[in-house]
Every structure is written in C-alpha cells, then in structure tokens.
Ligand binder design. Structure first.
Ligand code: HXC
Ligand code: NAP
Length: 286
C-alpha cells in the first residue's frame, strides 16, 4: 500500500502516538503496520510478551511494546505509564483485544462467560477509563477507536458472551461520545464482518464446512482483507474524521443486511424456479 497509488498522504498520522491492545496479532497488527506506514508512532500490548516482541521486530517501524492483561486495572495503569514515559503522550487508543469462541450457550460455565466478558467488556472499559482520566487531566484530548463486531447491534446465537460484551462496548462508545466530547475526546467504532485471522478462525470456524457456511452469508461472496479494515481505521482516527463522534462503521460486505431482509433467502431461487414463481405470483394479482 506504499507509493504514489496510496489512497492517503504518507503523513496522514505523522507523529501520532497510537496504542493498540491486542496489537501483536491479526487485525490489531494489520492496523499497526498501516499506521506506521502513515507516520504514526506505535505502542502495542497484549498478554504474551514473546508475541509482542516478534511483532514489534517485524512490523517495520518504531514499535514500543509492553505486556499487559486488560482484565487487570493495575497492569493497565503500568502499561499506559510505560507508553507515556516512552513517547511522552498517547494520542489514540485502539481497543482491539478480545476473546471469543463458539458454543451452545447452555453449555457455558460461569467461568466461560467471564472469560469473554472480562476481556471484551471489562478490559475495554478499564483501558478506556485509564487513558481517558489521563487525557482529561492533561487537557489535550484524544481519539478512541473500539473494534466491535457486526453482531454487536443484532446479537448472535452461539457467541452470546461476545455479543453481549460487544453490545456493551458499543454503548460505551456512544455514551462517552457525548460525555467526553467536552474534553476533546472523540469516540468511534468499527464493526467488522468476516476477516480470517488465526485467532478468530481457530475458535469460530475451525472446519472448511463452517468457514464456507459463513462465506455464503456475504452478498459480496468474499471475506474482508485486513488492509481494507486498516485503511478505514486510519481514516477514522485521522484529523480528517474530526467531526465523526459516536459512530460505528460496519465493514462486512453487506453480511448483516443479508441476514436481516425478510426475503433475502430468495437469493437461493434459481432462474428456472423464478419463471414458475412469476406465473404463480401474477395469478395471485388477478
Ligand atoms: C466452551 C470454553 C471454551 C470453548 C474455554 N472455555 N474455551 N467453554 N467452549 N471453546 C471455558 C473453559 O472451560 C473455562 O471454564 C473458561 O472458559 C475459561 O477458560 P480459560 O482457557 O482458562 O480462559 P482464558 O485463558 O482466560 O482464555 C480466554 C479465551 C481464549 C477467550 C477462552 O480463547 C483466549 O485467550 N482468546 C483470545 C483470543 C481470541 O479469542 N480471539 C478471537 C477474537 S474474534 P471452566 O468452567 O471449565 O473453568 C472475535 C469476533 C469474531 O472476537 C467474529 C468473527 C466472525
Ligand atoms: P486475534 O488475533 O485473536 O486478536 C485478539 C488479540 O487480543 C490478541 O492479540 C490477544 O493477544 C489479545 N488479548 C486477548 N485477551 C487479552 C487480554 N486479557 N489482555 C490483553 N490482550 C488480550 O483476533 P482478531 O480476529 O485479530 O480480532 C481483533 C479484533 O477484531 C477483536 O476485537 C475481535 O473481536 C474483532 N473482530 C474480528 C473479526 C474477524 O473476523 N477476525 C470479526 C469481528 C470482530 P494475547 O493472547 O497475547 O493476549
């Protein structure tokens, strides 16, 4: 995505200090790599230090890393202090860390529910609070981007702790968009559809059959490319999106709408079948 064909000026995010939770893998890493190309200074965090170290070495720019479990407010405070000490400030927080797996809800233990809620809802809330309090005290403002999912708005069977937690994160986004705007803090969210990453696919689509089933739900008949999401994120955290506050942008090839429209399953009707159906529906008219 480099060079004269790039959709963005290479200085779009120049000198912005961006902290990404879950930034060593998958979509977090893809966003980080793109932000570096656009001039950002990057900090990444997650639980596994070895994953962060490897990513930082490979991502292609200045990357500060410190391990942290977002379920633990004390670890978050230490991590945020370390980033501020390294770069002097933080301009953008990307709440991207998450946990998820597919399971019939009645099979879940309370610990299984907590495993997801604690990472996604509590972890996002704690990190938001730690960074937000500092921004308010420092008086400079900043931008928070929360990565949710398309089913944060609709709910979804078989990933119910994730759906409940992401819905909570969406409410957090919209609530603070109003409450913290007076402090110069802007809130935005991205709701991705299907983006095959090791983390998501190993837990949600571990067989080719399941993967195919998911793909068939997408009107564009393809999964998303990480660069497509990274470019959207780059725009939303840039100064050009300065008037977008409290909005969630869905990037899913039309997937959730295909599930929503009452007659959308008629996509399966063949042209031949339509000929017969047309006769019947015309008869119904007279
Ligand atoms: C049922 C499960 C389970 C499963 C774990 N548990 N996996 N129950 N089905 N597949 C239960 C365990 O039995 C245990 O309960 C409890 O959950 C906690 O398990 P731990 O392994 O101790 O949890 P922990 O180490 O905290 O790990 C959290 C995790 C793990 C969420 C379970 O998968 C993880 O670390 N994930 C991080 C990365 C990730 O999930 N990425 C995908 C994001 S994709 P008991 O009662 O037995 O002790 C996404 C949206 C995707 O979010 C949408 C795509 C289309
Ligand atoms: P991923 O690679 O598994 O990313 C999850 C990241 O969160 C990992 O880097 C993980 O690192 C980190 N993490 C998990 N628990 C943590 C904790 N307690 N503390 C700190 N970090 C933690 O999966 P992904 O697909 O890139 O997902 C990224 C984001 O996109 C998530 O918010 C996910 O819900 C969202 N999303 C993805 C898709 C998709 O199709 N891929 C669709 C919709 C939404 P450690 O294990 O090292 O902690």
């Amino acid at each position: 995505m480099k060079g004269s064909e790039d959709m963005f000026d290479a200085s779009l995010l120049k000198d912005k200090v961006i902290l990404i939770t879950g930034g060593g893998t998958g979509l977090g890493r893809a966003m980080g790599e793109r932000f570096l190309e656009l001039g950002a200074r990057l900090a990444i965090t997650s639980r596994r230090e070895e994953v962060l170290a490897k990513a930082a070495a490979e991502m292609g720019g200045e990357v500060f890393y410190k391990s942290c479990d977002v379920r633990d407010p004390q670890q978050i405070a230490e991590m945020v202090s370390a980033v501020e000490q390294h770069y002097g400030r933080i301009d953008v927080l990307i709440n991207n860390a998450a946990g998820n797996f597919a399971s019939p809800t009645e099979n879940l233990s309370p610990r299984a529910v907590d495993a997801v809620l604690n990472i996604v809802l509590h972890g996002t809330f704690y990190t938001t609070l730690e960074v937000g309090k500092r921004w308010i005290e420092q008086g400079g403002g900043g931008t928070m981007l929360n990565i949710v999912t398309s089913y944060a708005s609709t709910g979804s069977a078989f990933v119910v702790p994730s759906a409940a937690a992401k819905a909570g994160v969406l409410a957090l986004t919209r609530s603070l968009a109003v409450e913290w705007a007076r402090h110069g803090i802007r809130q935005v969210a991205i709701a991705p559809g299907l983006f095959p990453t090791d983390g998501a696919w190993s837990r949600l689509a571990p067989t080719p059959e399941l993967s195919e089933k998911l793909l068939n739900r997408v009107p564009l008949r393809r999964v998303g490319e990480k660069d497509e999401l990274a470019n959207l994120a780059a725009y939303l955290i840039s100064d050009y999106a300065g008037y977008i506050n409290g909005e969630v942008v869905t990037i899913d090839g039309g997937e959730w709408l295909q599930g929503a429209g009452q007659f959308n399953d008629l996509l399966e009707v063949t042209e031949e079948q339509w000929v017969g159906l047309a006769e019947m529906t015309r008869k119904g008219k007279s």
